[in-house]
Design a binder for this molecule. Structure first.
Ligand SMILES: [Zn+2]
Length: 288
């Protein structure tokens, strides 16, 4: 019989629910350390770093960076295809007492063994971890265990109509997120805005009809970090009475070219049609 193994995953993110590099290197070490604490246990700690972290200044008064600096320092490593995992070693930064944020950016932008850098910063003893298990620079194949899936372009997100926000829907969303904060996260110190931010409430209140299950999914599945946790609760929206958007105005025929005084005429025709037509419904791209 095959031996069964279990993989435990711990995810840390900031209180607002999005990814950002920790404030200091020691904060990251404390979090990464929790991947495997028992002797004999193996763990992988993955730091998801935003692009700016690969461009952040790591030395006070350092020289200006070249344009491809972030890529040369690992910005695209660990991607789906793995074609840019290898990174040639470059001149490493000098670690000083005034190195910003304890050197977390030095660790992120490293092109040499990351344990070596930690040893220099924290004066750790020499480690005896084999290269195959050391870090992603000593062994880029470690990425194979944590690679993201293929990036799916959000083509099906196009074509949702948007109109003026409906106050009752927005108010219901504000109430909903306050209730979720109270019932699902009691005692937490973040605000209801961290559950579902104001801009998303505004967007959800501006689309119609929202009572179709596809609409919230199209809008939120790839951009809202709490989608998997809270999507079922969000469907309370299905019971809301949301007026349908007015139909889009008919397209105006263009004036024939070379018609006399065409500039003035077309201007008048636009003004009239705007006055007679129902309020326009715009189409939004959800990537915006
Ligand atoms: Zn290493």
């Amino acid at each position: 019989m095959a031996k069964r193994t279990a993989t435990k995953i711990i995810v840390f993110r900031n209180p607002l629910g999005y990814w950002k590099v920790p404030q200091t290197l020691s904060a990251w070490i404390q979090r990464g350390d929790r991947a495997a604490r028992r002797p004999g246990m193996l763990g992988l700690a993955v730091l998801l770093a935003e692009k700016a972290a690969f461009e952040a200044e790591v030395e006070v008064g350092g020289v200006p960076q070249r344009r491809d600096y972030a890529i040369l320092h690992g910005q695209k490593r660990g991607s789906f295809k793995g074609s840019v995992d290898a990174v040639p070693p470059r001149d490493e930064h000098v670690i000083a007492d005034n190195t910003p944020r304890e050197g977390i950016y030095i660790l992120i932008q490293a092109t040499i063994c990351r344990r070596l850098i930690l040893r220099q910063i924290f004066q750790n003893p020499v480690h005896n971890v084999p290269a195959a298990q050391c870090c992603d620079i000593c062994n880029p194949k470690l990425f194979d265990q944590v690679r993201p899936g293929k990036l799916v372009r959000a083509s099906r997100q196009k074509g949702i109509r948007k109109g003026p926000p409906v106050d009752s829907v927005r108010d219901a969303l504000f109430l909903w997120r306050r209730n979720i904060l109270k019932t699902k996260y009691p005692g937490r110190y973040f605000a209801a805005n961290a559950i579902l931010d104001d801009a998303t409430c505004e967007l959800l209140a501006s689309v119609s009809p929202i009572d179709a299950i596809e609409t919230p999914e199209q809008l939120l599945a790839s951009s809202w970090s709490r989608w998997e946790d809270l999507r079922r609760q969000l469907f309370v929206l299905k019971g809301l009475d949301i007026p349908a958007l007015p139909p889009p105005p008919p397209r105006q025929k263009r004036s024939p070219p070379n018609a006399g005084n065409s500039r003035n005429r077309s201007s008048t025709s636009r003004d009239l049609s705007a006055a007679e037509a129902p309020p326009p419904a715009t189409r939004v791209s959800l990537n915006a």
